[in-house]
Design a protein around this ligand. Structure first.
Ligand code: 13P
Ligand code: SF4
Length: 395
């Protein structure tokens, strides 16, 4: 695809292309590109073409849009949400033949697992992966379980996998009696897990695991150990594995991991009285220094509910922060970092890819179908159903 729509002043360097989602980051994405020919990004008829294809498909298509998607895509979403809400929504639409998932690969896999066999899930760009999800492979997790078994620590360990993980990891979780969680129910998932066993293997985001365990469950930093799949034995002694309450997989989000304590101090100087509002994928010291912490749905609800004149510095993906700022001209909604920070993989889904997938569907051809094999899907579903059934706990 040629790049014709860079903002004024932005040269088409590899970094700019990456930030705009126009190039594959072979280090953090699946490195796959789409078959077929995409419409040019400069085509002025793209919006009309997407609208026409969607209208032609009628109720047979349901378009889901994650909050980190670009505005040009989100305008065509039938429902927007965080990963938890979108999983629920996908499961609640049995009448839609096609689910077009404007999000990333693991979300589309979950939608496929939660929907009927007759429904087909489409990811408009197959290169929309998640660098965090790629930090835990099924082989590494199977090896880690062997390490725990050898250390006499597997019995009593409940796996809790963040939604941001492959279907294979979700299946591992289901096979071992664990649950999936998202950033909006991680506390409930941990409370439930500690009723099933004495320790949790939390993967693949060490920050969400640590932040939830320490801030919401009152565990100490010393109760947590970090298991590094690149080190022999995870880099942790057998005794530490046995003593730990939380075994955190060494993985992180490359977007949220960028926010630092300096960003928090700098914004408090720049905007006096600002409320610092961050996603729990941020590092522990950032979350500790913030005023409020929560999932993307929580962030949106908090800014929406605040009175005019409020000021927020938001530590999450930039498409969402920009949309919130636009929606609330009577409030200050600043980005927590001074540097631009989109999720490059979320940004892969753009209008040309959406038009291409909708027009292909309208023409009778299903492109970029995401399909999880039945055996993996069966156990992954067990862990996803466990998440959807997590009990409420009194505050
Ligand atoms: P949410 O669970 O808040 O939607 O976050 C998903 C995600 O990918 C955050 O980086
Ligand atoms: Fe993955 Fe981070 Fe992008 Fe979310 S923001 S999809 S965790 S890379």
């Amino acid at each position: 695809m040629t790049v014709t729509d860079l903002p004024e002043g932005v040269e088409p360097t590899p970094l700019a292309l990456l930030l705009l989602g126009r190039e594959a980051d072979l280090g953090s994405e699946r490195g796959v590109s789409c078959p077929g020919s995409l419409p040019a990004a400069s085509d002025p008829a793209l919006v009309d073409r997407a609208a026409a294809a969607k209208a032609a498909l009628g109720d047979s298509v349901f378009v889901l849009g994650h909050h980190y998607q670009r505005d040009e895509v989100i305008q065509f979403a039938d429902v927007t949400g965080d990963s938890f809400k979108l999983a629920q929504q996908a499961a609640a639409r049995p009448e839609a033949t096609y689910i077009v998932f404007c999000g990333v690969h693991f979300m589309a896999e979950s939608a496929d697992i939660l929907t009927a066999d007759s429904q087909q899930v489409v990811l408009p760009d197959l290169a929309a992966g998640c660098s965090m999800a790629d930090m835990a492979t099924a082989e590494q997790v199977a090896q880690a379980w062997d390490v725990l078994t050898d250390a006499d620590a597997a019995a009593g360990t409940v796996p809790v996998s963040y939604m941001n993980s492959s279907a294979a990891i979700k299946a591992f979780t289901g096979r071992h009696g664990g649950t999936i969680c998202t950033s909006s129910n991680a506390e409930r998932a941990l409370r439930w897990s500690f009723q099933q066993g004495q320790r949790v293997l939390f993967l693949p985001d060490e920050h969400l695991g640590r932040n939830t365990a320490v801030r919401s469950l009152g565990l100490t930093l010393d109760d947590c150990v970090v298991y590094d799949p690149r080190k022999p034995g995870g880099g942790v002694s057998a005794a530490r594995l046995r003593d730990a309450k939380m075994i955190l997989w060494r993985g992180h989000c490359s977007v949220h991991g960028r926010f630092s304590l300096d960003c928090v101090h700098e914004v408090r100087e720049r905007i006096p009285g600002v409320t610092v509002l961050v996603h729990p994928e941020c590092r522990h010291e950032v979350v500790e220094a913030a005023d409020l912490v929560g999932s993307t749905e929580y962030i949106i609800a908090t800014v929406d509910a605040a009175p005019a004149g409020s000021a927020f510095a938001v530590g999450t993906e930039l498409n969402l922060v920009q949309r919130l700022a636009k929606r609330h001209p009577d409030k200050i909604v600043a980005f927590l970092d001074r540097t631009v920070c989109f999720c490059s993989t979320m940004n892969r889904i753009d209008l040309p890819h959406l038009v291409w997938s909708l027009e292909s569907l309208a023409g009778g051809s299903v492109v970029n179908r995401i399909s999880v094999d039945p055996e993996t899907a069966r156990y992954a579903r067990k862990a996803l159903d466990q998440m959807l059934a997590l009990p409420q706990y009194a505050p």
